[in-house]
Design a protein around this ligand. Structure first.
Ligand SMILES: Cc1ncc(COP(=O)(O)O)c(C=O)c1O
Length: 495
C-alpha cells in the first residue's frame, strides 16, 4: 500500500547534472492517498471512549463477545436517531430495524453481493464512471468479472439515459433463475442489476448528484429491478465553499453541516410505489426490499482502522443482509469498534470532532488547494468541480469529500505519463485518471486526460507545494520529453 520515495530527485527542469545529483532528495508528497491526515484522527476521544467501555460492566462483555446479527444494538439505536435528525427534512424515521452494522463500506459491499446477487441472474454491475476503483475487485470477487459496465457521469451525476440504454440491452434476454444461490428467498432476494454510485462528493470526481437525478435513478431502479448501492461515505464531510477572497489566516473553529440532500435511500422511501398497498405474491411474500441502500462508513468520520460502517435500507433488506452467512457466524463484524463508536456518539464526541476538527480542516485544505490551483495549475488543468468562481447555485456553493478532479487542457498529454514524470522528477504521487476506469469496460469511459488530487492526507503546506511541483512538471513537459522515467508502481499499491 505504500510507495517508496525515489532515492534522489533532481531539481525539476534540469537534466541530472552534478549539482542536482548532490541536492538532497525532496520529501515525498502523496496527493493520491485518500486517507484522513493523522491530525484528523480523534485519538484522545478514542482513548477516553475505550477506557469508559472497558470499565463499564454493563456493556464490556457484550462489546467483546460475538454480537447479534444486525450489530451492536446501542449503536443501531444511536445511528437511527442521528440519521433521522440529520435527514429530518426528508422525514427519515427513527427506526433501528432499518439499520445494520457493517465492517465498513467495502466489506459491506461484498456482503450485499453475497446476499442479493447471483452472477447467473444479475446481469451487470453498473458503475458511475469515473469510479471508486477499489470497488472493482470486490465486484469481481463476487463473480462479476466481465460484467462490470461503466456509465458516464456529468456535472449533475450519473448519466441516466446511458444507464437506461444499458438496462434495455438486457430486456430481450429472458431472466434465468438464480443458479448459484437458489436458497436466498424469502429473507433475501436476487436483483437483476446492481448500480454503484457515490451520490454525494463522489470519489474521484467530487460531483454531487442533483435531487432530480436521484429521483430519476430510483424510478429507473424500480422499473428494471435494480439495487442501487449508494456509498454515502462523504455525506457528513460537506462544507460551504468560502469566497475566493476569504481570509484564511484564522482557522474556522466550527463548521456546520450544510443542509443535506436526500440520500437515495430517502428518495426510495419517499417516492410512492405503484405496488403500494398491494400484497406481493412472489417468492418474497410481502417483503419490500427496496431499490436503494445507504452504505455508510465511520472510516472518514472517525477512523478507517475501526473498520465499521452501517447500512440503512428497508427493514426487510437490513434483516436479509444480517442473514449473510459470514455475519450469521459470529454476528455483525467489528463489534468492539461498534461499541466504541457508540460511546463517541452517546457523548456527542463524534459530532464535536466533525464540527470542530474534521470539517474545518477539510474546508481549509480544499480552499488552499483551490488557491494553489489558481496560482500554479490553471493554465494546464481545468478544475471540474469545487471552484470558487462557479458558485452559481447552492449546490456548487457546497463542496465535500477528499478530492478534486482535473482535466488536462492539452489534448496530447497523458495523465499516466504525467503521474510517472511527477514521481520521477518531483517525488510527487498523484492519481492518473485511468485508475478510475471501470475494470473490463475501460473503453466506455476513458480518463487518461484526468488527474485526481487528494487534500485530506498531506499537511497544509505540502498541499500547496505538491501543486507547485505538479505545475513544474507540466511547465517543463516539452523540454524533458526525451528523458526516460522509471516504471511506475502498480495501481494496486496505492489507495
Ligand atoms: C467511495 C468510497 N467508498 C468506500 C470507501 C472505503 O470505505 P470503508 O473504509 O468503509 O471500507 C472509500 C474510501 O476511500 C470511498 O472513497
Amino acid at each position: 500500500m505504500s510507495i517508496q520515495p525515489s532515492k534522489t530527485v533532481p531539481l525539476a527542469g534540469l537534466a541530472a547534472s552534478d549539482a542536482a545529483k548532490d541536492a538532497p532528495p525532496k520529501p515525498l508528497i502523496n496527493l493520491l492517498r485518500g486517507w484522513p491526515a493523522p491530525s484528523l484522527l480523534p485519538i484522545a476521544q478514542l482513548q477516553t471512549a475505550t477506557a469508559a467501555l472497558l470499565t463499564d460492566s454493563s456493556i464490556v462483555v457484550g462489546s467483546l463477545q460475538y454480537g447479534p446479527d444486525p450489530g451492536f444494538q446501542p449503536l443501531r439505536e444511536q445511528l437511527a436517531s442521528y440519521l433521522s435528525r440529520t435527514f429530518a427534512a426528508y422525514d427519515a424515521p427513527n427506526d433501528l430495524e432499518r439499520i445494520c452494522i457493517t465492517g465498513g463500506a467495502s466489506q459491506n459491499a461484498a456482503c450485499v453481493l453475497q446476499s442479493f446477487t447471483d452472477p447467473s441472474y444479475t446481469v451487470c454491475i453498473w458503475m458511475s464512471a469515473p469510479c471508486y476503483f477499489l470497488m472493482c475487485p470486490i465486484f469481481e470477487d463476487a463473480g462479476f468479472a466481465g460484467q462490470l459496465r461503466a456509465v458516464p457521469e456529468d456535472v449533475q451525476g450519473t448519466d441516466l439515459e446511458a444507464l437506461e440504454r444499458g438496462f434495455r440491452e438486457f430486456e430481450t434476454s429472458p431472466p434465468s433463475r438464480p443458479t448459484f444461490k437458489p436458497n436466498l428467498a424469502p429473507q433475501r432476494k436476487v436483483y437483476r442489476h446492481i448500480v454503484y454510485v457515490v451520490p454525494t462528493s463522489s470519489n474521484p470526481s467530487g460531483v454531487t448528484m442533483t435531487v432530480a437525478r436521484r429521483e430519476q435513478l430510483v424510478r429507473l431502479a424500480r422499473k428494471y429491478d435494480a439495487l442501487v448501492i449508494a456509498d454515502d461515505v462523504y455525506d457528513f464531510l460537506q462544507w460551504d465553499v468560502p469566497q475566493a477572497d476569504a481570509n484564511l489566516t484564522e482557522k474556522q473553529s466550527s463548521v456546520a453541516l450544510p443542509p443535506p440532500l436526500p440520500r437515495l435511500v430517502d428518495v426510495d422511501r419517499m417516492l410512492p410505489r405503484d405496488d403500494e398497498g398491494s400484497e406481493q405474491s412472489d417468492i418474497h411474500g410481502s417483503r419490500h426490499f427496496g431499490n436503494a441502500i445507504s452504505n455508510g462508513s465511520f472510516s472518514k468520520i472517525v477512523a478507517p482502522g475501526l473498520r465499521t460502517g452501517w447500512v440503512e435500507a428497508t427493514p426487510a433488506f437490513s434483516y436479509g443482509l444480517a442473514q449473510t452467512g459470514s455475519t450469521k457466524s459470529g454476528g455483525a463484524p467489528s463489534q468492539f469498534s461498534a461499541a466504541t463508536i457508540s460511546v463517541l456518539m452517546r457523548t456527542g464526541e463524534l459530532d464535536r470532532s466533525l464540527q470542530e476538527v474534521v470539517r474545518p480542516a477539510l474546508q481549509r485544505r480544499h480552499c488552499l488547494l483551490i488557491r494553489a490551483y489558481e496560482k500554479y495549475l490553471s493554465p494546464f488543468l481545468e478544475l471540474k468541480s469545487g471552484n470558487f468562481s462557479t458558485r452559481e447555485s447552492k449546490l456548487q456553493a457546497t463542496y465535500g469529500g477528499y478530492f478534486v478532479w482535473l482535466k488536462l487542457r492539452r489534448a496530447d498529454l497523458s495523465a499516466t505519463a504525467i503521474a510517472k514524470r511527477a514521481l520521477a522528477k518531483e517525488n510527487l504521487v498523484i492519481a492518473a485518471g485511468p485508475l478510475f476506469e471501470v475494470k473490463g469496460d475501460e473503453s466506455s469511459a476513458r480518463f487518461d486526460d484526468h488527474i485526481r488530487l487528494c487534500f485530506s492526507w498531506e499537511d497544509e503546506a505540502k498541499i500547496e507545494e505538491g501543486v507547485e511541483r505538479l505545475a513544474r512538471v507540466l511547465r517543463n513537459w516539452d523540454e524533458t520529453l526525451s528523458e526516460a522515467d522509471p516504471a511506475p508502481a502498480g495501481a494496486g499499491d496505492f489507495k
